[in-house]
Design a protein around this ligand. Structure first.
Ligand SMILES: Cc1cc2nc3c(=O)[nH]c(=O)nc-3n(C[C@H](O)[C@H](O)[C@H](O)COP(=O)(O)OP(=O)(O)OC[C@H]3O[C@@H](n4cnc5c(N)ncnc54)[C@H](O)[C@@H]3O)c2cc1C
Length: 464
């Protein structure tokens, strides 16, 4: 970008929408990429040249038109809680921080949340609960994370044991996007079409409205159970996950010493024990408590699910928050994202422990993927070198454990690419010059138009 670009932006956007101060640009150009020692090294110097914070879709549209006119890269930011550098601008340009587009438009009587892109998931959960509904699934970052950021970057979380991933069961009812064209089109995608932009890392359209299907509200209870070994904790957790008689939102288990890193919980975390965290329907708590003893387990914590952010929740220590607590305790730790085979999970975990020992610590989130109760796994890994990390990923592949690699910064490498290339086709249609989050969708082959156009020319055209 040139000084003329900054001048031109200031001609059609109010001054407080444009951020050029280096520390602020740097802060907003970051997410939790540093979870990965590889991304931490590779992305450390990647920054936007300017941050634009639109307060309306019209301002957003004007910024897009300008970027299109000048062929300036655009990266989209919700709350910046992604952990693969998804919203880090690798080619400079404009960072569009959508945080101000944060209104819940409607919670309909039949349980649909219609939202602007940067509504925080915690705000949707609160509003939904007041109307007798709740989110079907949400990431452990729900207090901060935006709904469009979840759709573009996330996969599932608390609730996925019942409702599956975000991509399942029509949970994302519709997404409305703006295209990156001379005259950005507004397109509402529903049904199978949502997959064009769902989990596309903001590479092929700017989500300006999300419609999420909700679940009927449940009064939840949180419970932590300890077991002397991880194997017993897993047996108990899996049995609960498979038992349709229990209504569940969270089934997590951790190998020791992972629980020792949950600093705020040390008052009751038993030393040397494996732990399981559950969220189950409050009226089933007594039944669950009675089932704990026979396997050698012990209930070590019980609390109702209080509303969003009334004190910390057990879920604040699950999903990728587990890795955060581990990293706080020991910065040489990192993680992987694995899918165990439901029929061979015990054998696979035994093989992994045999090969890597305490370098590979078990953290399992049991979910229902495609209708099948599946042990998802976010193992805490001791990082020593890129080669050793790769050896672990390769070994997982050899024994049939799938890996969505969180140490790469492009969509196809992260393991969630669909073979029909629908995201790539959508990019060719909605972002023909490849301006959105360039570099993150490697398959995008279109050549960029190299002819720069004059900034003042744009301002005249926009003014017209
Ligand atoms: C501690 C921790 C725990 C986590 N736990 C989970 C978890 O349980 N489950 C899970 O799925 N993820 C989890 N994550 C990842 C992340 O928090 C979630 O995916 C979250 O929903 C991202 O939302 P965000 O608003 O922060 O998105 P951002 O990080 O701002 O953006 C994520 C991606 O979405 C794109 N994007 C943002 N807004 C738009 C838009 N309007 N249109 C198009 N693209 C857009 C960005 O360009 C980027 O590629 C975790 C991360 C951390 C650090």
């Amino acid at each position: 970008m040139t000084p003329a670009d900054f001048q031109a932006l200031a001609e059609f956007l109010p001054a407080d929408r444009i951020i050029t101060a280096a520390p602020e640009v740097e802060r907003l150009s970051r997410d939790f990429y540093w979870y990965s020692p590889i991304l931490k090294r590779d992305l450390a110097d990647k920054l936007a040249e300017v941050v634009i914070q639109p307060r309306s879709v019209d301002e957003l549209r004007a910024a897009i038109q300008y970027a299109y006119h000048r062929k300036i890269p655009i990266t989209l930011r919700g709350a910046g809680t992604g952990n693969y550098g998804q919203c880090i601008p690798t080619h400079g340009g404009i960072l569009l921080d959508l945080a101000a587009l944060d209104k819940i438009i409607e919670i309909t009587a039949d349980g649909l949340a219609v939202c602007e892109p940067a509504v925080r998931l915690g705000a949707i959960e609160s509003a939904a609960r007041q109307s007798g509904w709740e989110l079907r699934c949400y990431p452990s970052t729900y207090v901060k994370a935006s709904v469009a950021g979840f759709c573009a970057g996330g996969s599932g979380g608390i609730g996925s044991i019942t409702w599956g991933g975000l991509r399942e069961n029509g949970t994302v009812h519709a997404l409305t996007i703006l295209t990156i064209e001379e005259n950005p089109r507004e397109i509402r995608l529903s049904g199978q079409d949502i997959f064009k932009v769902l989990h596309a890392w903001g590479t092929n359209g700017v989500i300006i409205q999300v419609e999420l299907r909700l679940a009927p509200r449940t009064l939840w209870a949180q419970i932590a159970v300890s077991h002397p070994t991880f194997e017993r904790a897993f047996d108990f957790s899996e049995a609960l996950a498979l038992n349709d008689g229990f209504k569940k939102r969270l089934v997590t288990c951790f190998e020791w010493p992972i629980p020792s890193w949950f600093a705020p919980l040390q008052k009751w975390v038993p030393h040397g024990q494996a732990l399981s965290f559950f969220e189950i329907a409050d009226d089933q708590l007594e039944r669950l408590t009675h089932s704990v003893g026979p396997g050698g387990g012990e209930v070590v914590f019980v609390s109702p699910y209080s509303e969003v952010r009334r004190g910390s929740q057990l879920s604040d220590f699950t999903w990728n928050h587990t890795t955060l607590w581990a990293l706080k305790a020991d910065p040489s730790l990192t993680y992987l994202q694995c899918g165990l085979d439901p029929k061979r999970a015990r054998e696979q975990m035994r093989q992994l422990k045999q090969r890597f020992g305490s370098e590979y610590l078990m953290h399992v989130e049991i979910v229902k993927w495609d209708g099948i109760v599946t042990p998802g796994s976010l193992p805490v890994i001791r990082y020593t070198s890129d080669e050793r990390l790769q050896e672990m990923i390769d070994f997982c592949g050899e024994i049939g454990v799938s890996v969505a690699n969180p140490h790469v910064n492009f969509l196809e490498g992260s393991g969630r690419w669909r073979p029909d290339d629908e995201k790539l086709v959508a990019k060719q249609q909605y972002d023909p010059h490849g301006l959105l989050n360039p570099g993150k969708m490697r398959g995008f082959a279109a050549t960029l138009e190299q002819t720069p156009t004059s900034p003042t020319g744009f301002v005249r055209a926009y003014g017209d």
